[in-house]
Design a protein around this ligand. Sequence first.
Ligand SMILES: Nc1ncnc2c1ncn2[C@@H]1O[C@H](COP(=O)(O)OP(=O)(O)OP(=O)(O)O)[C@@H](O)[C@H]1O
Length: 257
Amino acid sequence: MALLDVKDLTISFGGVTAIADLHFEVPESQVYAVIGPNGAGKTTLFNMLSGIYKPNEGSIRFQGKEIVGRRPHQVAKMGVSRTFQNLQMFFNMSVLDNVKVGCHLRTHSHLWSAALRLPNILKEERQSQAWAREALIFCGLEAYIDQPADALPYGVLKRVEIARALAAQPKLLLMDEPAAGLNDTETVEMRELIRRISKTGISVLLVEHNMGLVMQVSDRILVIDYGSRLAEGLPEEIQNNPKVIEAYLGGEVQYAV
Ligand SMILES: Nc1ncnc2c1ncn2[C@@H]1O[C@H](COP(=O)(O)OP(=O)(O)OP(=O)(O)O)[C@@H](O)[C@H]1O
């Protein structure tokens, strides 16, 4: 059984069909990329996968359970975490506290026990701290743990977002343009981080415009155009697919990172 099984997915906004009859499957422990030109529907797809948008038709099954109809926090609790195209950071908080936000899905205390500082809260607080540190170290951010988020460069903050998503211990990580705005060195670091994440058994669903990165890191690639499936396959199949070259890349392809 695939980890994620998307069937007949369709969503329209007014007269615009953003995703039309889309289907694909993401296996366990793989990097699965979704590519397509600007406006192809990639972010809209992520918004449906994470419960932000409700499709007009179709199903999204994660580990056999339906996602459609669930709210974003419920989807996250099922094991689907995401990062955003634009940074979603609390700039007045430390790096560690930003990542601890991702841990609350794994803790169980209610608001009233938090307010009263009951013993279970203190224990969970320590546990969240440990999980957050672990995620930050995994992302190579040990040196930044206690620093305020607003003092850090953009490339570091992109990885803090990933650490926060990992602190929730997902089975599937949705990454929306992780390399956008990164320089060449940071892009190579991001590629290595994505590889390490998938080696831990987490599947990565990657939306990314940097074709070099996509081709190097992905196990399989789905190409969408005007919300519809144009092609799907191994990176070398996609690279050599005339429909992809013509429709998506306009005849010229640059694959170097
Ligand atoms: N909330 C919305 N209301 C109306 N139209 C929308 C909405 N969200 C997306 N769309 C439309 O759906 C289509 C797909 O947009 P989407 O942002 O998903 O594309 P994308 O592939 O992520 O683009 P990019 O690569 O530029 O991020 C576009 O035509 C867009 O204008």
